[in-house]
Design a protein around this ligand. Structure first.
Ligand code: 6PG
Length: 250
């Protein structure tokens, strides 16, 4: 699997490009009379992307009713909690779209994590009409990247407790101990399209390590994102790509 690396001068150019690609993909789905199953990430970088999508100049250009929204992970907090990924996505984008509530598939952070992992797996299965024993195939999964190489809520060295179908799992944040619910790596790798979005100098080293794996490069969960039959791309700004650019020039 070779990842397509897209480097932009800055965060604004990055989100503009990602938004345009999302628009094209959703319009294509509408023209083919397909729903579009989109997985959102948490974090400040994805938040900037959602805020751009919500800008009136762009918002009108996407047929939002074609999309079913899901979450790659959630913190075990209520939906109105400042750390909720749902709250972040709702405040940044979803709340400004006139879309049916049933098209926003929220991981219920207020529930017992293990029970919610099972419930959410069944909600995904029903929504994507996934046959028993198969893993759901999302149209597009956006992922953020932690400086420790985590993505979604899959952290280095942290064992995931998967529910029976292997679609969702629970774990605790390695530093804060906060309970998390996350899609599994197998589900991430089942998607038609997976895109990391990363900006800033702080991500440069981990990005370069992941894009240039070596025996001594740590086992970053983000490096395990290798879609089996889908595409993988990295939307990076120049700062997050700076180590990679140096590698390419050396
Ligand atoms: C979460 C996210 C997490 C995030 C990365 C990047 O729930 O925290 O899913 O995986 O995407 O930590 O976050 P930043 O963009 O804020 O660095």
């Amino acid at each position: 699997m070779t990842a397509e690396v897209k480097i932009f001068p800055g965060p604004r150019a990055l989100v503009e490009a990602a938004a345009l690609e999302l628009k094209n993909a959703v319009i294509e789905a509408k023209e083919s009379r397909r729903l579009f199953h989109l997985v959102l990430a948490g974090g400040s970088t994805p938040k900037a992307f959602y805020q751009y999508l919500a800008q009136s100049g762009f918002k009108q250009s996407i047929p939002w009713s074609q999309i079913h929204f899901y979450f790659g992970d959630e913190r075990s907090v209520p939906p109105d909690h400042p750390e909720s990924n749902y709250k972040m996505a709702y405040d940044s984008l979803l709340g400004s779209l006139a879309i049916a509530e049933k098209k926003i598939h929220r991981m219920r952070g207020e529930n017992d994590p293990a029970q919610e992992a099972s419930r959410y797996a069944e909600e995904i299965r029903a929504s994507l009409d996934t046959p028993t024993g198969k893993l759901p195939r999302f149209d597009w999964i956006f992922l953020g990247l932690g400086t420790d190489g985590h993505t979604a809520s899959i952290f280095p060295g942290v064992t995931l407790i998967e529910e029976a179908s292997g679609i969702c799992a629970t774990c605790r944040h390695p530093e804060t101990g906060q309970q998390r619910i996350t899609l599994t790596m197998d589900v991430l790798n089942r998607a038609r399209r997976v895109s990391f979005i990363a900006t800033g100098k702080g991500k440069a080293s981990v990005v370069a390590d992941i894009l240039n794996p070596s025996p001594n490069s740590q086992n970053y969960p983000a490096a395990e994102v290798q879609p089996n039959e889908g595409t993988l791309e990295w939307f990076l700004d120049a700062e997050a790509a700076s180590e990679q650019i140096k590698n390419d020039l050396s």
